[in-house]
Design a protein around this ligand. Structure first.
Ligand SMILES: [Zn+2]
Length: 162
């Protein structure tokens, strides 16, 4: 635990509505709790209230994990972290040696000129310098930026793709 982490955890303990007001805490242990798609319960803390409090487990936020399930939950989290680490290593191994990232396709929103690569500062056709929009399409995509924009409009209107 870094000093910054300790300071942040102490601040959160002092401001936690489930803990005594005006208490002085000592952080005995801390670990981040990592989730996918879940923004709460980000830290498990072992603390004691100074000067002579007994060690207590606490979940910062405490939205989904109750203190009586904390250790069990941390064991479950550990299994997930180990799987994610293995998946990440496998992903990197699989992805190494692929060709370099593909270029983006751009379109001038003023005159609809399309190009490949980085967006130019000024449109080579109409000279607009504030009309650029880089579409989420790649240069070797079989669809042009204009077709993709048209399909996006159809999708937003609930119409089928062309
Ligand atoms: Zn243009």
């Amino acid at each position: 635990m870094t000093e910054d982490e300790r300071g942040a955890i102490l601040w959160r303990l002092k401001n936690d509505p489930d803990l005594p007001e005006d208490a002085e805490f000592e952080v005995l242990a801390y670990t981040a709790m990592l989730w996918s798609g879940w923004e709460c319960d980000d830290a498990a803390v072992l603390y004691r209230i100074l000067p002579d409090g007994a060690p207590q487990l606490h979940v910062l936020a405490g939205i989904g994990v109750t203190q009586d399930r904390l250790l069990e939950t941390l064991e479950e989290r550990l299994a997930v972290y180990e799987k994610v680490a293995a998946d990440t290593r496998a992903f990197i191994t699989r992805a190494k040696g692929l060709p370099p990232p593909r270029e983006w396709r751009w379109i001038c929103t003023a005159c609809k000129t399309e190009g490949k690569g980085d967006e130019p500062k000024v449109c080579p056709t109409c000279g607009a310098d504030d009309a650029w929009y880089s579409y989420n399409t790649i240069a070797d995509d079989r669809m042009s930026a204009r077709e993709r924009m048209r399909n996006l409009g159809r999708k937003l209107r609930g119409e089928p793709h062309a």
